[in-house]
Design a protein around this ligand. Structure first.
Ligand code: G3H
Ligand code: 13P
Ligand code: ZN
Length: 288
């Protein structure tokens, strides 16, 4: 059942587990996430980015996810969310389409500009019953920088600033930077657990960790214990999809099948396996 992201994550934070927020780009990835959540009885979030809206159409992608969720997992709390929204216009468009949860990512702006824009978006969204995720600190992308451990400080979330940001903007969830990074990137050798603990004491709304594709079980456990309620995953599912497709195509040398559904069906199943492993490691299996 389509459920508010805020509701899913407030429950997770209260009960001490985390939920997976998986990016989708197509039918196969969507179905893989929906089936994995259904089979493991796990609440889940499916995210769409601006690039995916350009690729598949905003309305088309939103309704693909909604229809799949309602038909294949009607009993599972499932939130549909805009990931990394970077402009007011995009968020307006998502509200017209029917999204009930969006991220405004002003993390690369100066603090005051991020705060003011996030607040403007919260005012717009809350009057329309839409939840908002903000980001403070900044989570780097694969290949963006060559970083040593000491370089990380400038990107990480400041606990006092986080408290002020949440209070002033009234966001519903907060994405934090504690040494995490997007993609299979050289992250800080150890996440800054103390920093997370401090943020957690000052901020009671659910905390989100982006770039969770390569987070192994022990790290996951350590940050869930300290208040993370949601992990964003994209790279790991994309790689599973592409690896499976490549393998299928290579193994067909000489006797090619032209049944695209067969090839993409295998990719869907490969993605589903990754989503299931992640759900189990986040601790949301059986929480629906
Ligand atoms: O964190 C964001 C995504 O992994 C980037 O996705 O290529 O759809 O913008 P995108
Ligand atoms: P990864 O691509 O590292 O899994 O990060 C995904 C993410 O943070 C989406 O917002
Ligand atoms: Zn992200």
């Amino acid at each position: 059942m389509i459920t508010s992201v805020k509701e899913i994550l407030v429950k997770a934070r209260k009960e001490g587990y985390a939920v997976g927020a998986f990016n989708t780009v197509n039918l196969e990835t969507t179905r893989a996430i929906v089936e994995a959540a259904h089979e493991l009885k796990a609440p889940v979030i499916i995210q769409i980015t601006e690039k995916t809206m350009e690729y598949g159409g905003g309305r088309g992608m939103f309704h693909l996810v909604k229809n799949d969720a309602e038909f294949y997992a009607p009993e599972i709390p499932l939130g549909i969310h805009l990931d990394h929204g970077k402009s007011f216009e995009l968020i307006e468009r998502c509200s017209e389409i029917g999204f009930s949860s969006v991220m405004y990512d002003g993390s690369r702006k100066e603090y005051v500009d991020n705060l003011m824009m996030t607040k403007k978006i919260v005012d717009f969204c809350h009057s329309r019953n839409i939840d908002v995720q903000g980001e403070l600190g900044s989570v780097p992308y694969l290949g963006e920088f060559e970083m040593k451990d000491e370089d990380w400080d400038q990107y990480m979330t400041d606990p006092d600033q986080a408290q002020d940001f949440v209070k002033q903007t009234e966001i519903d969830t907060l994405a934090v930077a504690i040494g995490n990074a997007h993609g299979f990137f050289k992250e800080r050798s150890e996440p800054d657990y103390d920093r997370l603990e401090k943020i957690s004491k000052k901020v009671s709304i659910p905390l989100i960790l982006h770039g969770a594709s390569d987070w192994e079980a022990e790290r996951v456990r350590q940050v869930v214990k300290r208040g993370i309620s949601c992990f964003n995953v994209d790279t790991a599912t994309r790689i599973a999809f592409i690896n499976s497709l490549t393998k299928q195509i290579k193994s067909q040398a000489g006797g090619a099948s032209f049944d695209v559904r067969k090839l993409l069906g295998q990719s869907r199943d490969a993605v589903k396996e990754v989503v299931k492993q992640k759900i189990i490691s986040f601790g949301s299996e059986g929480k629906a």
